[in-house]
Design a protein around this ligand. Sequence first.
Ligand SMILES: [Zn+2]
Length: 307
Amino acid sequence: MAPVEIAKDLFFIQRGYLNANHFVWRGERPVLIDTGYLDGYGETLRYLQMLDVDPAGVGRIVNTHTHCDHIGGNRRIQEASGCEIALHRIGKHFIDQRDDWSTWWRFYGQKAEFFTCTRALEDGDLIDIGPHRFQVLYTPGHAADGIVLYCPKSRILISSDTLWQQDMAVMTLAVEGSRALFDMADSIEKIAGLDVETVYPGHGPPFSDFAGAVSRCRGRIRGFLTDPEAVGADVMKKIMIYTLLMHRQVPAERFFDLIRSAPWFDLTAERYFADDRYGVFQRFFTELKKRGLILEKDGVLTTPVQP
Ligand SMILES: [Zn+2]
């Protein structure tokens, strides 16, 4: 999808689920908000080229959190440009400590590279994306270091994985702890009163029904609080698809072993489900195939979900 100019020289680039959506401010020292997944770096570069932005000229990267689909290009762009990289201070701590667990990379078996975080952001900070001034709002829940960026003047909310249009980003309580659902609920209330015209989420297209998304998200959190197994089911389904996106094509007979090769599967199955491991796998695998989200052809699995 072609980059869309959402404010002067500030472009929104819609990707898919393997690569989070990201932003480029085109100027003398370009600013990037998020940088996709590592394996999608070639495509990330093509988007920068499309906007005449040389990675070696980038002045600053701001990341909405340290998950793999948001920081994938950081290290390479920083090596080329020596750019500043800003994160919420908790995300800076994860990166400073080389903590690949809190960032979920090891838990989910994802590819990512450490980089140097040069600036810690605090809730309420103001950050300039070129001439556009955004407020930093700390919104933990999905990620302990999650932030959203809000521009009161243009009424733009860059909501990352804190607010999506329909669905809600995965809740990994095995890493974040059970209180993360309460953090998420508080974060939604924190942004609910903002005056927003357009939301640019971390995944999916932009949308204007901010109140509707907030109310759906509240309902989803209530559902998770009353039915903990639903949290586990959501992890199973989302990460099976994400694993297929990471590996693109997987021989059907290898999928169960691949799924079990990262810690998330056993820990999630143990936490939420009484069946044996293969039974848990079969249940969600069958459901995803029925829904057409996993395709099998000549013994090879793929997903039609956009990377
Ligand atoms: Zn995320």
